[in-house]
Write a protein that binds this ligand. Structure first.
Ligand SMILES: Nc1nc2c(ncn2[C@@H]2O[C@H](COP(=O)(O)OP(=O)(O)O)[C@@H](O)[C@H]2O)c(=O)[nH]1
Ligand SMILES: [Mg+2]
Length: 468
């Protein structure tokens, strides 16, 4: 019933554009296109006869009841099974006006199509075996990508790199299960059985493989959402100047008056393949001003939540208690220290900051000098690279998961494998070990959608936009 009807939706974003696409999928897609589309010059010939698969054809979109022409457009048909959804798919490329799009969708609906739910096209592609679940999820990640690294990771997932890795791990689980079967079935007979130690060692190797993929989540999230950096430092150190320099725009107000920035200002900038989400803050100092105090509290919170810190020090002024607070904020955190205002006579040196316990790399800098922006970007790229890539040792490790669902499934698999290892080592019957091994296989299978209930699919495809 679910797949029996034909769905329609705009495939392009709402709003005005040069072109918009209305997409139809299902058994009646061509028949519905036929009702509303007349190829130019061949009005008497049904579109379905006139259109060759995957060849654009110019024509008029017409209201079949009134005969009125709605738009001049291109149409294309993609017969099943070699289509996006695995069903008959028809697309109309019309002029990109919201009214035209609405009219065409309404005509298709009058002709028998149902308006698609969010993600329903991709869901059908999954249900018809055109892609597995991890690949379908990658479609949404590609659309949402905001940096080269996010896009590359999502594309790798779409082309099946994640699915292949999961399938490999799952195959190893199944192999262990096969060993246990042998033990269960032939334990009375005189054949060589893999010892418990061997089984435990195999499970151990598998745990390591699953853990690498599980732990790639942190990296995947940094690629997907960008690296969050908070700029901290005492008032007037030049934090807002630095933000503006990196953004190449006057985003934050810069004045010689300490305490100018009061709220946390957030904006993002591309640094090589990564997206850096910058937070400029009120700064760190004791203040009697209530508004500024709230700003300072927010600074501390933002610093705590950040993936890395940019700590700014004013080299033209002696160190103060506030600088010591900033140094403490950076304890055990990744980041970069900036010794700013090097164009002015120096009152402090990098060595002094080191003496006070600063462990971050230190860059002497001048935020009012545009020429230094490239150096800063280079240094920040290094810090980000160290944050994102340390675990990427081989090409296998390059794939990073970026969805909680995948991380949770891998965590379930890990827990089951650890139980299995413990049972194997404590010489439990093979049947007991097999139960956990099966649970691990099921958890891994859930990632690619080997087994998944309607509720899981609903949760996944709900995040898609209409027409995807
Ligand atoms: N000479 C000099 N002045 C700077 C430099 N960076 C910032 N400033 C000035 O220092 C003052 C405070 O800068 P601002 O960015 O608002 O500091 P914030 O309070 O940390 O955000 C402004 O007058 C800036 O123009 C620098 O590298 N050299
Ligand atoms: Mg400021």
């Amino acid at each position: 019933m679910y797949l029996a009807d034909t769905i329609v939706a705009p495939a392009t974003a709402p709003g005005i554009g040069a072109v918009a696409i209305v997409r139809l999928s299902g058994p009646r897609a061509f028949e519905i296109l036929d009702a509303i589309f007349r190829p130019v010059g061949r009005a008497a010939v049904p579109a379905i006869v006139e259109l060759r698969p995957r060849m654009m054809r110019l024509g008029d979109v017409v209201d079949p009841v009134s005969g009125a022409c709605i738009d001049r457009a291109l149409a294309v048909v993609m017969p099943h099974p070699a289509s996006l959804t695995g069903e008959d798919v028809a697309e109309i490329q019309c002029h990109g006006g919201p009214f035209i799009v609405r009219r065409i969708v309404a005509l298709a609906s009058d002709a028998g199509a149902r308006i698609a739910e969010p993600g329903e096209f991709t869901r059908r592609a999954f249900l018809n075996g055109r892609m597995d679940l991890a690949e379908a999820e990658a479609v949404a990640d590609i659309v949402a990508a905001r940096s080269d690294s996010a896009l590359a990771n999502a594309l790798a997932q779409l082309s099946g790199a994640l699915s292949a890795r999961v399938a490999e791990l799952r195959a190893q689980v199944v192999a262990i299960r096969a060993h246990l079967e042998v033990e269960i079935d032939f334990s009375d007979e005189d054949i060589r059985l893999p010892s418990r130690r061997e089984v435990a060692a195999e499970i151990e190797r598998l745990i390591a493989g699953v853990a690498v993929l599980h732990d790639s989540f942190a990296r995947g999230i940094l690629m997907r959402d960008g690296v969050r950096a908070t700029i901290v430092g005492k008032p007037n150190a030049g934090k807002s100047s630095l933000l503006n320099l990196l953004l190449g725009a006057d985003r934050a107000i810069v004045t010689p008056v300490a305490g100018t920035t009061r709220d946390v200002i957030e904006d993002s900038v591309q640094l090589g393949p990564y997206s850096l989400v910058l937070n400029d803050t009120a700064g760190v100092r004791e203040s009697a001003d209530a508004v500024e105090r709230i700003g300072i509290e927010r600074t501390i919170r933002s610093a705590r939540d950040a993936d890395l810190l940019i700590a700014m020090f004013d080299s033209s002024r002696p160190l103060e208690a506030a600088d010591e607070d900033v140094i403490r904020l950076t304890d055990n955190r990744p980041g970069l220290a900036i010794l700013n205002k090097r164009d002015l006579p120096a009152a402090i040196s990098a060595a002094e900051l080191r003496e006070r316990g600063l462990c971050l790399p230190i860059l002497p800098f001048s935020a009012i000098n545009l020429d230094e922006s490239a150096t800063l970007r280079g240094e920040l790229s290094k810090v980000i690279g160290a944050l994102i890539d340390p675990s990427a040792r081989s090409s296998d490790d390059q794939i990073a998961i970026s969805r909680e669902r995948h991380r949770d499934a891998l965590a379930t698999a890990l827990a089951a494998l650890k139980n299995a290892r413990a049972s194997a080592l404590s010489l439990m019957p093979p049947e007991i070990v097999a139960v956990d091994i099966m649970a691990a296989a099921a958890a891994l299978g859930a990632i690619t959608g080997e087994v998944s209930g309607e509720d899981v699919l609903d949760a996944i495809f709900r995040d898609f936009c209409i027409g995807k």
